[in-house]
Design a protein around this ligand. Sequence first.
Ligand code: NAD
Length: 341
Amino acid sequence: MSQKNNEQCASREEYQQLVSQLQRYSHEYYVMDAPSIPDAEYDRLFRKLQAAEEAHPDWTVSDSPSQRVGGDALDVFTQVQHRLPMLSLGNAFDDEELEDFNRRNQERLGLSRDIEYACEPKLDGIAVSLMYRNGVLEQGATRGDGSTGEDITQNVKTIGSIPLRLQGGDVPDVLEVRGEIYMPKEGFARLNQTARDKGEKEFVNPRNAAAGSLRQLDSKITASRPLEMCAYSVGYLEIGNAPELPDNHTDILYKLQEWGFLINAQMQVANNIQGCMAYYKKIADIRDELSYDIDGIVFKVNSSAQQQALGFVSRAPRWAVAYKFPAQEELTVLQDVEFQV
Ligand code: NAD
């Protein structure tokens, strides 16, 4: 089933209503950790918004959800300015859109030969930034709106898979590691079982449980929750006297693994876009057997030099794309959500 959406807004009023509607859903999802509609429905409306803005660029308002990343940082936490913006990812919903992504990359790079891609499951959790100074964890922050996040240092320190000190010598003076904090399916089931036993409110899904667990003012609560962190990139870097980082994404992740981070065991390199499609099908087939929730596959141009040449658009890198899976049991999720709100 494809989620491709060719719906259009019939009028400017309809477009403006759509903006308000999506703003409300974004606030519920990113700020309140309490979504009221399934992600697939949000994605459908978001594509309708993008289609309207493409057809009528003069309608686009500066506070449109298409012009920004995530949601505002809660002011009960100290706010953190990201040294480099934490962006979102562009989406693809079918093979044709994935091929378009590859074609655009080839055109921009002036290449007729294949591009090598790093392939990784798209973990359905919360993006986090971890700042290490001289190898010691100094600060942990949420993505927030991409420029300003929330300081959750005490909470991230309770997560076992986050190194408090980088292993080995030769570490950069300042290193920002980015990754996803998520709740494995088994831990989520146990947490909800405990909530049921106590007659307390259950979490809608593992992402929601991870978000709620991370944004706690009392880090003892975070410590009691089964959270894991998987590293997927390096952000800000002051290399100092340490050796330069490798020149491609996958080897950078292996370096992070040497420093003590968990990286995704399913990560693979594809020599071309056909390899990416084969990888997508392979992971879609084993999705239910994975111990964590994923909502798609992320493909990243592997070469750091090519990434740099491709650069960014306003809310996402040009060199990466999230190929989303079709919605699973959309109605069941909706019903669960309805019980929650
Ligand atoms: P996104 O989830 O489409 O992609 C960006 C995020 O992917 C990154 O910030 C990162 O956290 C994550 N990610 C996971 N694995 C990764 C990997 N291997 N490499 C790089 N990044 C990885 O974008 P978004 O801006 O976080 O969220 C948009 C999505 O959130 C929507 O498509 C929708 O599904 C959902 N949403 C739902 C509602 C709702 O009301 N249900 C509201 C807003 C957003």
